[in-house]
Design a binder for this molecule. Structure first.
Ligand code: BG6
Length: 488
């Protein structure tokens, strides 16, 4: 007889082949040169506008922006000019010692016009990035859609609400998957499939071009899940090495109090805003609670037996999570809408009200693992802060603390039996904020000399956290420190 420890493997820390990485999206970095305009390009920056999450534009607002661009400032049109500076940027990323890079391909760069012919210039750009990554031994993890619907597809078809647009997306995906067979194995088809609060960017729906926005959003989500399953099916024929990920924005909420009503409300909210999507993408069918919700709310999703078969037969291989903060809910004060929650009074927050809760990450990972038993990765995790470059080195100790604590939480989750294979820090350099289009919400390990209005040299300067992360990677996480005595 042997002991259980001898019969099983107990993982104590990050595996030797753990993918340490960084992540960013096309829409926040590349700029719009040589590609079609996307809805992200039309999210203007205006310091007088205090809206927390921007970008859910009406048809009139979109047309106004297209017809009178000089009345606005559109930061994502420039991004951080990664399109022209990508060689220098990839060099800095490689010097960090990362093992992987998650980035997105812009659909509007591959198909900038109405025709069916892909842009050679666009393909050359991504060919070149992948060649550099290959030369440097960095594993690419590609997102095929990171909230950057080509604007004409939103205006004419309401994006993923249209089955025709879903078919176009599948053709684009097939082209990319075929072209990069042998070069890319990890695919995240859709960024944060559950984060539909800005329907224009996640789904391509122009909010006033539908009669029932909530029903339209659920239909578009369904279409996206069927599309993802069809892409998985195609992908499995293209290469047996492909691995496909479902990606969720972590919006797991906890009850504000131990009052049973709050507890049950949090559970049901987590079902509808988080688990529903992964339940469909991993179990291949809609759960009972979702069908009940749709029925009780008169949401009638159009589908057929063929689609349900495709969903059942093409489930995902891994779960990718973006994790930044965590909140609580009260049955009395909050609704079922994703993001409608309250600040947890036990936590500190950044200037945007994003709380800091590494224990929440640990807790979430245990829940995902217990439910799905699929390998997990962090697709995004990072800390946005206001920073200016006055001295040679930005001493971003607060970011180091945040990253240390969240990475330590992952290490502890691994020790608790969770299978985690990658961590992609958001982001290697300061980039334009997705939600507010400002530059001053800086996440980077590398400072980019550019302000909210795109002014500055654009030059890149590693911060203290850059060297700190380099060391974490070199030591395979051994340099991480436990942050509280009871969390070891
Ligand atoms: C994630 C998005 O939801 O949040 C990223 O996938 C985004 O694109 C990140 O940048 C942080 O949000 P923000 O609004 O601070 O840029």
């Amino acid at each position: 007889m042997e002991s259980l420890e001898e019969l099983y493997t107990i993982q104590d820390s990050f595996s030797d082949d753990f993918l340490w990485g960084v992540a960013f999206s096309a829409k926040q970095t590349e700029g719009s040169f040589d590609r079609g305009i996307t809805v992200a390009d039309l999210q203007d920056y205006n310091p007088k506008d205090a809206t927390k999450v921007k970008g859910d534009l009406s048809e009139t607002e979109i047309l106004n922006r297209l017809e009178n661009p000089s009345n606005y400032y559109f930061p994502k049109e420039k991004g951080i000019d990664f399109y022209h500076r990508y060689k220098e940027d990839l060099e800095l990323i490689a010097k960090l010692g990362v093992k992987c890079l998650r980035f997105s391909i812009s659909w509007a760069r591959i198909f900038p016009n109405d025709d069916e012919i892909p842009s050679q210039v666009g393909l050359d750009f991504y060919d070149s990035i992948l060649q550099i990554l290959n030369d440097k031994g960095i594993t690419p993890i590609i997102t095929l859609y990171h909230d950057d619907m080509p604007v004409r597809l939103a205006l004419e078809y309401n994006g993923f609400l249209s089955k025709y647009i879903n078919e176009s997306f599948i053709r684009y995906a097939q082209l990319i998957l075929t072209r990069y067979k042998g070069k890319v194995n990890h695919w995240i088809i859709f960024n944060q499939i559950n984060l539909t609060r800005v329907g224009l960017s996640s789904l391509g729906i122009v909010k006033d071009k539908v009669t029932d926005l909530e029903a339209a959003k659920w239909q578009a989500v369904h279409n996206k899940m069927v599309t993802a399953a069809k892409i998985v099916s195609l992908g499995r024929e293209i290469s047996k090495d492909f691995r496909f990920g479902s990606m969720l924005a972590d919006f797991i909420v906890n009850p504000e109090t131990c009052e049973p009503k709050d507890i049950v409300f949090a559970t049901e909210k987590n079902q509808m805003t988080m688990f529903l999507y992964a339940d469909v993408q991993f179990f291949g069918e809609y759960p009972g609670y979702a069908l009940r919700y749709f029925k009780e709310n008169n949401i009638c999703i159009q589908s057929d037996k063929n689609e349900l078969k495709v969903l059942k037969e093409n489930t995902m291989d891994f779960l990718a999570i973006s994790y930044y903060n965590s909140n609580v809910v009260s049955a009395k004060e909050n609704s079922m809408k994703i993001g409608d929650s309250k600040i947890n009074p036990y936590l500190e927050a950044n200037p945007w009200g994003w709380t800091i809760n590494p224990r929440g990450l640990y807790d979430s990972f245990i829940r995902y693992w217990d439910r799905y038993h699929k390998p997990l990765m962090i697709a995004e995790n990072g800390f946005g802060a206001i920073e200016t470059k006055e001295n040679d080195m930005i001493d971003d100790q607060y970011r180091i603390q945040y990253l240390n604590d969240h990475l330590y939480a992952i290490k502890k989750a691994i020790r608790q039996g969770v299978n985690v294979f990658a961590y992609c820090l958001w982001s290697p350099f300061d980039i334009v904020s997705s939600g507010t289009s400002e530059m001053k919400k800086r996440y980077g390990l590398i400072f980019v000399d550019q302000d909210d209005f795109g002014k500055g040299s654009g030059n890149r300067f590693p911060k203290k956290s850059y060297y700190w992360y380099q060391n974490v990677i070199q030591t395979n996480g051994d340099s991480l420190e436990s942050f509280e005595d009871d969390f070891k």
